[in-house]
Design a protein. Sequence first.
Length: 94
Amino acid sequence: MELKFYDIIKEPIITEKSMQLKEQYNKYTFKVAPNANKIEIKNAVEALFNVKVLSVNTINVLPKNKRVGQYAGKTSAYKKAICKQIGRASCRER
């Protein structure tokens, strides 16, 4: 089963660190499908945002232990992709 572009790119990651990467190095950070590879991620970002992607780095983020009072649990594991763009093009949805 082939993934569609909107199935591959789940959501952008908006943190202080990702904003610094965006401003200094023109890199954008996304949560992606766990079974997506770098080529699929690159094609999805290029198609959805109409930009040229130079490189894609992927990271599997492991769950962290969290506790609220007496209840203990874990955060969700996810896959993160950092996409470097050519030039200063903005990564806004069409």
